[in-house]
Design a protein around this ligand. Sequence first.
Ligand code: ATP
Length: 880
Amino acid sequence: MADYRKNIEEVEEEFATNIQSGLTETEVNERLKNNGKNKFDEPPKESLVKKFLVSFSDFTTLVLIVAAIISLYTAIATDHGDYFEAFLIIAIVIINAVLAIVQEGNAEKALAALEDMNKQTAKVIRDERTIDVDAEDLVVGDILVLESGAMIAADARIAEGSQLRVEESALTGESEPVEKDPDFIPEDEAPLGDRLNMIFKGSTIVNGRGKAIITAVGMQTEMGKIAGLLNDDHNQKTPLQKRLNQLGKRISLIALAAAAFVFFIGYLQGEPLLEMFITAISLAVAAVPETLAVIVTLTLAYGVQKMAKKNAIIRKLPAVETLGSANVICSDKTGTLTQNKMRVRRVWTHGDSVVDTEEGMTDEAMEVLSVAALCSDVLVENDDNELVIKGNPTEAAIVRAVEENYHTKAELEEKHPRVGEIPFDSERKMMTTIHKWGKKYLSITKGAFDVLLPKFHYGDVDQAAIVNDRFGKKALRVIAVGYHLHDEMPTEITSEALEKNLTLMGLIGMIDPPRPESKGAIKRAKKAGIKTVMITGDHVVTAGAIAKELGIMKSRKEAISGAELQKMSDDELDGRVKDLSVYARVTPEDKIRIVQSWQRSGAVVAMTGDGVNDAPALKASDVGCAMGIAGTDVAKSAADMILTDDNFATIVDAVARGRSVYQGIRKAINFLLSCNISEIFIVLIAMLLGWGAPFTAVQLLFVNVVADGLPGFALGREPAEAGIMDEPPIPRNESIFARGLWQKIGLNALMFTVVALAAFYIGAFVPSISYFVQPSFEVAQTCAFLVLAFSSILHVFNVRSSRSIFRVNLSTNKSLAQMAWLAIGITAAIAIIPQTQELFSLVSISFNHWIIVVLLSFVPIIINEIIKFHKAPEVDPEEI
Ligand code: ATP
């Protein structure tokens, strides 16, 4: 019989487990050994051959392959027997494909490592303790602890549950959460959606708490049975990558058109057709930016790795780009802007009796704290005599105050066991538990004072309102505690039945100090044109006090409460959104309105979130940031980025890194395209002047792959430039060529063209340079080739910074200098070693020619230096 038709004892027996104590570590290990891990069989990896074929289907590579075929044809047709060119083009295509596959493999590995850092965990009871384990290590018989926001990692039979509602649309397609009931046992077989006593892998707990016995893991789960259909697409390309691929294609097309043009001119000039063919090939080869796509991927992957080191894990690659454009950060307060070290500071019970808990404790204050501690779900552990309290920070503060005053939560619970509850949620901002109280039953309600206010019928409520305000102004979070004594166990455990007619017991004021780094990060964001908005469940006075301290707001007018927000229409909100900096007492639903209003004003919004109800706002925002520590699985899976330290400052760092990645890609484009475009010009002009083709296809491929490729790969590791956070955000749809990039590329392409043609001219027509080496076409080609290669290698030092090369510390990117030297060495070597000279159609040139080559190669970088001369600020690159 299926597990959902058995009662709980039968399920316990079947899986040899116990709901209270769980399995032992030995039993778990044994089951892991016998049944394997709780994961799906991996889909087969894309084979190397397939990857190779895919890289060949790239448009730019196809151009090269066609060029190789034409080259082969001309070799056969002219009978000159020179198959080397065709061979080399193919070799370089292959090397390029290998490089691309290796580099992309590295980038993929880096991204996969991030996925590992972000593994799903699950809370289970083992050896009588509640612990977090890697979800892959779950076994059948494990006791899952269910709590709101958790993503379920295996199929399980619910053993205990209170108000459990589960969203299982991934399996059933039904988006409405289903109410679960541990006591429900269907008489007949039931479809998945009707198994109300079961929970399934891949669904999420929207509300409530409970325990469940795992009945199936891995491929045996219902999700496992359909796993083959669910392979995620991990190969997301960012919008910029897509645009750049488009650009690569366009440039290749321009090159083809230029090739056809050259062919036509040559034909008119009466040049032999086959030779024209060869020139056309070299032109097509010249313009293809072979390494651009790989360099962009590398830059992105490097940025993502750097972010991970600084506690920001990117889940969706496009977020890296969006981060650079973010101009509003909507942040939670508790734990993100503050330290998440909530501590009780004040307790009020009646009249003027405010107790400063740092100075001493009274019996009355202790009573309020103890009752509030009973109405809490945190877990108390004593690790090496150090008190560790896990769970909701507000409750942790209360329970800590109790435990530090020589009482324990365990002892209180033993005396007054809990018999019913209505769990906390941020929407209601309160919770209730029912306890045995001698022969009677006490229901305890604790929550935000202003929300509970109408429910108090007894107690000093007016005075409490004054105290609440006073506490708030001191940036204290206020929790009100009330109770109701029942003669009998209440039959209806609902908010309507229990959360009314309460007696006010007291107020607890607690503080969560701001993180020391928050203030600086907010200032840094402001300088970078980014507005910080605080969104909090806390009271408007408390929130305002902290916001002022942090520099988020200046006047009270910038803060509104959720209630005021709800009264506003969307139009009214749009009119005020730019002036509001603090939203207090908001519900997660309000967050969506705030995001959308900002977006309507054209802003790019980053938004933090941790709870289940935050998921829609995280999705709606441009960069959803989930909390790594306090965040629920649901929030994490809806987010673009995860903050492993829950820290606001991490978002600002990630923005800086996002900008730096964008800057890096612009540098790569400047570096590569200047050279590619100059190659088209050089060939075209030389042909029009009737000088013949200045380069062979092989020479051009060498320049593109070695002289440009090697330093280009290192360019991705360039640190961000100083002042990257002194500029406004990058406008969302700004062209990557904006802000003068086209002009820079054009100018450099022009300079390369002039120096390479000058070198060609000198090599071809100026006899007085050397006594030993007479001008010739081959000497001219060699000189032009060397000048083009050297000047484009040197160009990497120019593009790496907008400041003078003398002001940039070479050691900030050692691999760049190493790669540049390597490229220079290889280029010089092939021009000197006789065997390679022949392969690359080069000849020996005189010492004087070498001097001229070197001088000409330095001309572009000198001119660039003159242009940069006045601009550069005297600062080191910003370490981000
Ligand atoms: P922020 O929104 O700034 O990150 P938060 O996430 O702690 O703060 P919520 O959890 O939504 O905010 O809490 C909102 C309000 O509910 C708090 O100001 C507090 O008054 C009350 N509250 C928080 N936790 C509890 C709890 N465990 N029991 C009762 N009331 C609580």
